[in-house]
Design a protein around this ligand. Structure first.
Ligand SMILES: Cc1cc2nc3c(=O)[nH]c(=O)nc-3n(C[C@H](O)[C@H](O)[C@H](O)COP(=O)(O)O)c2cc1C
Length: 216
């Protein structure tokens, strides 16, 4: 499965089967996390047993309490931490999709129950539920290219492809509050238009855009 195929297949999944993630996959996930943590200077952690991470009423009502495992998204506190979590966390989400797993980013969770290691100077930003979904999830409504992209000239195909993949990115409450601007010199600017977890969203958007824009 290519990155593009993983993007097309991914949807937020909130209802999971009881099937645990197999030991060989757990090892691959841990290995991938080591790689991403080194690259992004992060402290992402795979919690094989999600325990009571999703025992809040809202999570239970949405089904997330059924997730067998969870990723705790932790990193050194700093200005761009949330964006880096979004960018590298989404790389992990797409990797999990390729392993046949389903995921859901979740800002609502029980910070105490997740059991993550949060060292001095570090911050626990968000969680990602992971497991085998009861279904692969659903296609949801989306803004259009014209609603999020602005260009100072005719949009080249690589730019359109990038925006197309960005529109398939998960954003908190599906807010899609971002703008992608193409400058005359072919540089691209990503604008955060606010909202809850919008910096995490922006990192996720950049990850998807890069995949779309680098297609052959
Ligand atoms: C930063 C972030 C936080 C999110 N928090 C939650 C959450 O707390 N609970 C939940 O059920 N879904 C949460 N989601 C999932 C979004 O609702 C979902 O990505 C969005 O509706 C788009 O749907 P899709 O992921 O299927 O494309 C979150 C997504 C992101 C990116």
């Amino acid at each position: 499965m290519t990155d593009r195929e993983a993007i097309l297949a991914r949807h937020s999944v909130r209802n999971y089967t009881e099937q645990k993630i197999e030991a060989d996959k757990v090892e691959l996930i841990r290995e991938k996390i080591r790689e991403l943590n080194a690259e992004g200077t992060l402290h992402l952690q795979f919690m094989e047993d999600a325990g009571n991470t999703y025992n809040r009423l809202l999570n239970r009502a949405m089904g997330l309490a059924s997730a067998p495992s969870v990723i705790a998204c932790v990193g050194p506190d700093g200005e761009d931490l949330e964006e880096r979590i979004g960018y590298y966390g989404e790389k992990l989400v797409l990797y999990l999709q390729k392993l046949g797993l389903n995921t859901c980013w979740a800002g609502t969770f029980n910070q105490k129950n997740i059991g993550a290691e949060v060292a001095a100077g570090e911050k626990l930003v968000i969680s990602i539920a992971v497991g085998y979904g009861q279904t692969p999830g659903n296609v949801r409504r989306s803004k259009t290219l014209d609603q999020v992209a602005v260009a100072e000239k005719e949009m080249p195909e690589w730019f359109r492809n990038g925006v197309e993949m960005a529109l398939l990115a998960p954003t908190a409450i599906n807010q899609q509050k971002f703008e992608i601007r193409l400058k005359d010199d072919d540089t691209v600017e990503f604008i955060d238009k606010g909202g809850v977890f919008s910096q995490v969203d922006l990192g996720i958007i950049k990850c998807h855009f890069e995949i779309g824009a680098s297609e052959e």
